[in-house]
Write a protein that binds this ligand. Structure first.
Ligand code: TRP
Length: 455
């Protein structure tokens, strides 16, 4: 990345790609969003739907995006229209890529605000603000943060600036190092916290909540939320993965890369759930309390742990890194689109995209305080952005990529990408993307509109 002739650049090895793509996938989606939407959607049955979506739709789509990216090597919109032309299909397929670019801009606008919360929590943790504090006090720290627009704007601006700086310089080297170190450290800390939850939390109750599928707890939105989250957590349908796939050396297997990324991503999310829900139940908190969930629960665990302030500081630093590597992947599609459409330099493109995203993010900042009473369809600005992207733009984009990859791209290209001899893999991949993924997406949309009922 970071080079104006992307076709020549390549990841230095298979693992660099896997680390970079895992860095894009593992982020706030796993540790912040997964627990709180699982809480809002009643637990086990939602988790089951989410896992089914990851396996049946997420993995094949991940493979599709990697291989399309490796074929195209441009921004998502041009990559798709060029590949369509080569396969003698309509250039209008580029619109699917464009929808993804738009989604990445919308997502980054609020993602940056939430990443800002993690920065603030690094300092609170470092100052020992959680040490031996009551559940109520910890709750009030979160409320104090989100009701302060000045503070939120400060952190949001800092996150956008940092992301812009890395993307201007080109992310290849920095990203590689950050992720190689971050992922194992994150896993290690999560396991320490899992130990705490197992010994001090209501572990069994948490386990039950997370894995016992009670379909009566699902709402009409749950199935679509599960699908949207599968896309969100794997960074699908915005072209982020296409951008990374563009740099994947030819000999690296698309299938094994996709499976590795999925396992790392799902594993971290499930561990996060296992850490958080026992703490929620042990302290009689509300699982469906919304986006503040981890910020209200994890500090409780740290407040009682030996060296809690130290672990809390390290944890929020890790969480920020995880969010940051994802933010970088969210900025890349719009930047390369600006560069390639208007033939402008990388730094100009980054500046334009950064300004637009920063400005949009103000809506999310204010939705937690001065605009919290302004609602459209019963949703505030942040909820609307999240809803629009995760429940509409990503599933529609994913539907488009599935149809394009499995019905429109020449089979010869698929064969070279997935390996000539892997007949079983190719047939299975095509079957899932041709029939199962589109069907599941359509069914979940219908269930959302209320035409059919799941659960
Ligand atoms: N997957 C990341 C997370 O879970 C967020 C993210 C990065 C993303 N790139 C994306 C989400 C592209 C959707 C699309 O935190």
């Amino acid at each position: 990345m970071g080079k104006s002739t992307p076709a020549k650049a390549q990841w230095s090895s298979k693992w660099t790609f896997i680390f970079a793509a895992t860095g894009a996938a593992v982020g706030l989606g796993n540790i912040w969003k997964f627990p709180y939407i699982t809480g809002e959607n009643g637990g086990g049955a939602f988790v089951l739907l989410y896992l089914v979506c990851v396996l049946l739709i997420g993995v094949p789509l991940l493979m599709a995006e990697i291989l399309i990216g490796r074929q195209g090597k441009k921004n998502p919109a041009h990559t798709m229209s060029d590949l369509a032309t080569r396969c003698k299909r309509s250039r209008a397929w580029g619109l699917v890529g464009f929808l993804g670019i738009l989604a990445s801009v919308f997502i980054l606008s609020y993602y940056s605000v939430i990443s800002g919360w993690t920065l603030d929590y690094i300092f609170q943790a470092g100052a020992g603000d959680f040490h031996m504090q009551s559940v109520q006090h910890i709750d009030s720290l979160f409320t104090a943060l989100v009701s302060n627009p000045g503070k939120l704007i400060f952190w949001h601006t800092l996150v956008i600036l940092l992301t812009v700086l890395v993307v201007i310089r080109g992310v290849e080297k920095g990203l590689e190092k950050a992720v190689v170190f971050m992922f194992p450290a994150m896993l290690f800390l999560m396991l320490i916290m899992l130990g705490y939850s197992m010994s001090s939390g209501a572990f069994y109750q948490g386990l039950h909540f997370l894995f016992y599928p009670n379909f009566a707890a699902l709402s009409t939105h749950s199935a679509l939320n599960a699908l949207g989250h599968a896309f969100f957590t794997l960074s699908l349908a915005t072209g982020s993965i296409m951008m990374y796939g563009a740099y994947l050396p030819k000999r690296v297997s698309v299938t094994s890369s996709a499976i590795t990324i999925m396992i790392a991503d799902t594993g971290i999310a499930l561990i996060a759930g296992l850490v958080i829900f026992p703490i929620v139940f042990a302290n009689h908190l509300e699982p469906g309390s919304g986006p503040g969930l981890i910020f209200k629960t994890l500090p409780i665990a740290f407040s009682h742990m030996p060296y809690g302030s130290f672990f809390a500081t390290v944890f929020f630093i890790m969480l920020f890194f995880a969010a940051f590597t994802s933010a970088i992947s969210l900025l890349e599609p719009s930047v390369s689109w600006f560069m390639e459409t208007f033939k402008i330099s990388r730094s100009k493109a980054v500046t334009i995209a950064g300004c637009i995203i920063w400005f949009l993010g103000l809506g999310t900042v204010f939705s937690f305080n001065i605009w919290s009473h302004i609602k459209l369809f019963g949703l505030d600005f942040f909820e609307l952005m999240d809803y629009l992207t995760a429940n509409f733009m990503l599933p529609i984009g994913g539907f488009g990529v599935a149809i394009f990859a499995a019905w429109r791209v020449d089979k010869a290209i698929i064969k070279t990408e997935l390996g000539e001899k892997n007949h079983a893999v190719i047939s299975c991949w095509r079957f899932l993307l041709r029939y199962i993924s589109p069907l599941v997406i359509v069914i979940l949309f219908l269930s959302f509109i209320g035409i059919i009922k799941i659960g």
